[in-house]
Design a protein around this ligand. Sequence first.
Ligand code: EPU
Length: 311
Amino acid sequence: MPSHADFVERAPLRRMEPLAAHTTLRIGGPAEFFYEPQRPEDLAVVLDRLAADGVPARLLGGGANTLAPDGGVRGAVLHTGAMRRVFRDGEHGLRVWAGVTLPQLVRTAAESGLSGLEPLIGVPGQLGGALAMNAGSAAWGIWDEVVEVTVWNPQGGGSGGGAASRLEVLRRADCAPGYRDGRLGACIVLEALLRLTPSTPAAVRAEQERLLRRKNASQPVTLASAGCAFKNPAGDSAGRLVDAAGLKGARAGGAEISAVHANFVVNRGGATAADVRALLERAEREVLARFGVRLERELAIWPEPEPRISP
Ligand code: EPU
């Protein structure tokens, strides 16, 4: 058990917290230890302490793009949901904590008359996860707007120096983000500085609304999903391929390949992680057999614990 008593004020602890309450798919068993740090420096302190105690830790941001295990998580889950502050930085910069939700971020950008983040309209999740996976549209990713990111690096200085010894500021020029992959390795995002383009609130809102209308028409926005399940293969669309394989509406238990957009798996009620894995495997098998294309998962699939966690 982590020696949590002395940092519980920095990061309130819950025991056996159901992850289904924190994922957009509404799936996931209990986390043995569930911490909610209040500020970036608190997250670093908790990560340092868990590392020193040898307690495995997983980061959960907005719970989008994540398939949490039915059997729960052994060790600690750190939830960034309370780290929700955004600060103006100069004329067109925003300093954003990892737990700021993408809806909050696009709203702040619009209110500030700052352009650049419009493609994130309608995307669930939080800044930390968005940077880890370079969230965005097919042709644009959030890293396009990044100046620098402050991370906790598990491979950093470590012993004796406390949390600060593992903190690093990565300049955009030193990073190599790719399509749907921030390429941060095991580093954990604490906060980021974004540099946007001066515009007006009305112009930013108009562009956001235009993109939102398009998404509302083409994606199952009102159902529980984790966003796109597969990355787009070069020059093609995973949704088009799964659709052409005839899988729209295919079911496994409570999980369904959306009839609106075939790259979304939706929870029609009572879906389990095993149901979702079964559907993903079926889509991969059939797309490979019919079109010779090996789909790559965008959805982060957390491993099932053995044995499952029980209260
Ligand atoms: N299509 C079908 N059937 C489907 C779905 C799509 O034939 O069931 C066709 C569409 O008609 C279109 C093409 O496939 O010709 C591309 O579809 P769409 O415009 O919906 O874009 P996408 O490539 O499927 C990408 C991102 C989305 C992002 C949208 C809009 C990926 C994997 N997906 O989707 O990102 O919202 O562009 O910008 O890069 C996500 O990453 O989680 C995600 C939802």
